[in-house]
Design a protein around this ligand. Structure first.
Ligand code: ASP
Length: 346
């Protein structure tokens, strides 16, 4: 019998969960030791917890690809020493970080669970206690190993690259509109194992390059040529995510298609993502997406904007010399981020 206790590495990056109020009442991040002060129960778990924090603790509004690489590097360097990883993160950009990490870790065989809270851990009604403890239980679980990057929030475990922050107020702050939750926490955890990513047979591979030279263009009725052109003519732009209407529709006016064509001619890769929270882009379902399809805009299926942005940066960063590959992989499912059969990125 294996008497070894499972081990989890708890990585603190910042966010409300570990914040205190300064004299003016504004919330400021504090250091990791305070988490143990606020949650002495952590010393009593059946698994072992080690903790560390980023060199710089941030409000997640300051998140950048450099921090994604720092988090990934901590996990990579300790990958063999732990059974699972919990990342404490601000809620504002948690879905971006979860998506970015999902792309960085190819052939992941251990759980990486992100969590945070809407109220600081030190407050009486904080949702942080429940979120941290459930995230740790999931990351340390022996019977059920979830080999993917997930977000645990208010009773639900979501696939990270399917998640979106939906409330700045409710404890139930996240949702995954196009994919069911992977587990729910009641008296017991109820795991939906048939939904998990398959356990990989190949060794872990961590890719850490991101190309930030992308833009997101959110359409609205009445958008002017000047606005569209200012975005597509951004110097050195490599990738553009357009947030379109409904099932991937956009104005059919000539100036709009010409502006996209101009960017495509300069080698910019354009991905069409819907502004709708649920459902998918279906190019050519309406005439309003036919021209975009004809000129080479890629349909993003049911990808979230968070996964689209990070996938674009990730693919451009790791395959800079091969735009054909970037275009092809954008359209495919690499880590369960879209509802289609999985492909490999190599
Ligand atoms: N602004 C905070 C952050 O994202 C909000 C939170 O943690 O919920 O870091």
């Amino acid at each position: 019998m294996d008497n070894r206790k499972n081990k989890v590495l708890l990585i603190y990056t910042g966010g409300t969960i570990g914040m205190v109020q300064d004299e003016s009442g504004a919330l400021q991040p504090f250091a990791m030791e305070r988490i143990y002060d606020a949650l002495p129960l952590l010393h009593r778990t059946e698994y072992l917890i080690d903790s560390c924090q980023l060199d710089k603790i941030i409000d997640s509004s300051n998140m950048t690809p450099e921090f994604w690489v720092d988090i990934a590097t901590i996990i990579e360097e300790h990958y063999d020493d732990y059974d699972g990883f919990v990342v404490l993160h601000g809620t504002d950009t948690m879905a971006y970080t979860a998506s970015a990490l999902s792309f960085m870790f190819k052939n992941l065989s251990k759980p990486i669970v992100l969590t945070g809270s809407q109220l600081p851990l030190g407050m009486l009604r904080s949702d942080g206690r429940e979120n941290i403890i459930c995230a740790l239980e999931i990351a340390s679980c022996r019977q059920v190993v979830i080999p993917e990057v997930t977000i645990f929030f208010e009773s639900h475990l979501y696939r990270g690259n399917r998640s979106t922050k939906v409330s700045a107020e409710n404890f139930d702050a996240f949702s995954s509109f196009n994919f069911p939750s992977l587990a729910t926490a009641g008296i017991k955890f109820s795991f939906k194992e048939h939904l998990f990513m398959p356990m990989p047979s190949e060794p872990l591979k961590v890719r850490k390059e991101f190309d930030r030279r992308i833009a997101v263009l959110k359409l609205f009725p009445g958008i002017t040529p000047a606005v569209v052109q200012s975005v597509v003519r951004t110097p050195d732009l490599q990738g553009l995510v357009i947030e379109t209407f409904g099932s991937g529709n956009a104005p059919t006016e000539k100036w709009f298609i010409d502006a996209l064509q101009e960017a495509l001619d300069r080698g910019v890769i354009i991905l069409n993502v819907t502004q709708c929270k649920a459902g998918a882009v279906q190019m050519r379902q309406y005439q309003a997406s036919c021209d975009m399809d004809r000129i080479g805009v890629i349909g993003g299926h049911d990808i979230t904007i968070e996964a689209a942005v990070t996938k674009m940066m990730y693919l451009l960063g790791n395959f800079p010399a091969d735009h054909a590959k970037v275009r092809d992989r954008l359209w495919r499912c690499l880590r369960g981020e879209i509802s289609m059969e999985m492909s490999t990125e190599d």
